[in-house]
Structure formats: structure tokens, C-alpha cells
Design a protein around this ligand. Structure first.
Ligand SMILES: C[S@@+](CC[C@H](N)C(=O)[O-])C[C@H]1O[C@@H](n2cnc3c(N)ncnc32)[C@H](O)[C@@H]1O
Length: 270
């Protein structure tokens, strides 16, 4: 079988953040298999690439991948494994017919993405199958850029954690590292703000919701949520964060929008 499965990171939401390589691969693949998290919903990765890639001649499958907590080295929910196997079998059928398949995934495939679970499932069924990963811009890079907040500099140490597994490790990591990227914060936002407050880190934290998307929202001075926090939300905790003022941010954002000729989507909430 000569055909290849390409697992393509499509960036965090702004279609302009799809890489040139990712776009080239997506253009040439006749089959797109895209993950979605609910039966009625649509695939975010697919909606991103549709803005850049001509899909007319392509065979497109949107497959359900249930969102369940996965503990590495523990048993994985059957419905989740079944979804991986279904996707693997569909993809292997297309590859067997000699068709390249692209699996677009949000951000970068190496960071909390279905891409590697799919990879392992496919390799377990068919060890010789050709698979290539195409890196994408991770959400945290977009969150950093949109708020002019560096992720780590000099001797600073970085931790990236899924906040949804809120346990003693989160507290320990918040105490230990210089910059902490808290992902998957939406369901535990209120507990997190309490913890950040207790550790004296609230004014070192910034929430970025839907970075790079049309309704991007940036929240400083985190307090209990007044409205639901979207799933596409990340908190950057940077202990050495210089205390920029709202005007500094707005100035930087205005400069960036003049440079790319666009008006900014961001709303600052103080
Ligand atoms: C399943 S993980 C996917 C991460 C992705 N693979 C990456 O490289 O960033 C989903 C989490 O990524 C973060 N995320 C994804 N897109 C985002 C965006 N546009 N703005 C802010 N956070 C985002 C959120 O923390 C969300 O809960």
C-alpha cells in the first residue's frame, strides 16, 4: 500500500495560521477524515480548513470522537476506543485503494490531540502503513502572540497541563514552574481561579478564549466566571509577567492590526 495518512495540525482557529505545508498536503489529499466531538456539531478542524482549501472534489468524512477523560496507562473508555477503531478502519480502506488521506486536527497534533491515538490504533492494525505528521501552530503560541505574553525566556521553566485533571499535581506544578499553560480550563474555571488566588497568582494570569477566532476574548484580573467559558480557552500563568497596562496591550494589538491591514477581533476585559 503506497498511500499515506497525513495527520495535519491546522492551527488554533485563524485559517491564516494553517502552515503552507499543511495547506499543500490538504490540497492534494483526495480524502479528508475530520474529528468532531458531538453528533450534531461540526468539526472545528474542518471548518478551519474549509476557509482555505477547495473541498469540491474531495471525499469528506466527519467522524465522532467522544470527549472523555483519558488517563495514560489506564483503561480507556470503550466508546472512545471504538471511535478510534472505526476511524482507523475507514482510513485503512481508503489507503488500500491507493488514496492519500488527511486527518486535520486543531493546533498541533503532538499536544492533547486525537492524532496520536489514531496513529497508534492504525499501526496496531497495520504496522507497515505510511503515516506522516505535519506540525501545526499550537493554541498556546497563538494565545501568547495575541496577548504579547512570552511563554518562557532565559532560565524560565515551562509546564503545559490539562487543568481538567484538577488534582494535587496542578497545585504542585503551579508552585514549581515559572510559566504554566493551563489547557482545557472551561469546566474547572471557578476552582482554578480559587487556586490561583490562594497561590497569589491571579494577577500573573491571563485567559484567552477562542484565540485567533473572530470572537476572541482576553480576560485579565480573573474572577469567578460571569458567563460560561468556552472549551477553546487557555490560561497563561507567567510568574515573571511584567505588569503591562491595558493601554500597552491595546497599543500592541493596534500596531499588529495596522501591520496586517486588518481590524482586530480582540476584546480586552479588565
Ligand atoms: C484537545 S486540546 C487541543 C490542543 C491543540 N492540539 C493545540 O496544539 O493547541 C483543546 C484545548 O486546547 C486549547 N485551545 C484550542 N484552541 C484554542 C483557541 N483557539 N484559543 C484558546 N485555547 C485553545 C484549549 O485549552 C482547549 O481546551
Amino acid at each position: 500500500m503506497n498511500a499515506t495518512l497525513f495527520i495535519v495540525g491546522v492551527g488554533p482557529g485563524d485559517p491564516d495560521l494553517l502552515t503552507l505545508k499543511g495547506a499543500k498536503i490538504l490540497e492534494k489529499c483526495p480524502v479528508i477524515v475530520s474529528p468532531k466531538s458531538s453528533l450534531k456539531g461540526t468539526s472545528t478542524a474542518l471548518s478551519i480548513i474549509k476557509k482555505k482549501i477547495d473541498m469540491k472534489e474531495k471525499e469528506v468524512h466527519e467522524l465522532l470522537f467522544p470527549m472523555k477523560k483519558i488517563y495514560i496507562n489506564s483503561d480507556i473508555d470503550n466508546t472512545v476506543q471504538e471511535a478510534w477503531r472505526n476511524a482507523a478502519s475507514l482510513i485503512l480502506n481508503h489507503l488500500g485503494e491507493g488514496k492519500d488521506v488527511a486527518f486535520p486536527t486543531l493546533g498541533d497534533p503532538a499536544i492533547y490531540s486525537t492524532g496520536y491515538y489514531l496513529f497508534e490504533t492504525i499501526r496496531n492494525i497495520s504496522p507497515g502503513v505510511s503515516v506522516q505528521f505535519i506540525p501545526g501552530i499550537p493554541a498556546m503560541s497563538c494565545c501568547s502572540a495575541t496577548t504579547c505574553t512570552p511563554i518562557c525566556l532565559g532560565d524560565e521553566m515551562l509546564a503545559v497541563i490539562p487543568a481538567t485533571f484538577s488534582d494535587q499535581r496542578t497545585r504542585q506544578i503551579l508552585k514549581t514552574f515559572d510559566t504554566i499553560i493551563l489547557m482545557k480550563v472551561h469546566r474547572v474555571y471557578d476552582q482554578l481561579t480559587e487556586l490561583l488566588n490562594e497561590l497569589g497568582l491571579l494577577d500573573r494570569s491571563i485567559l484567552i478564549e477562542k484565540a485567533g477566532m473572530e470572537d476572541e476574548r482576553i480576560v485579565e484580573n480573573l474572577t469567578k466566571s460571569e458567563k460560561p467559558i468556552h472549551y477553546f480557552s487557555t490560561i497563561i500563568v507567567r510568574k515573571n509577567r511584567s505588569k503591562l497596562t491595558r493601554d500597552d496591550y491595546l497599543h500592541a494589538i493596534a500596531l499588529a492590526s495596522i501591520e496586517d491591514g486588518n481590524s482586530t477581533h480582540s476584546q480586552m476585559h479588565k
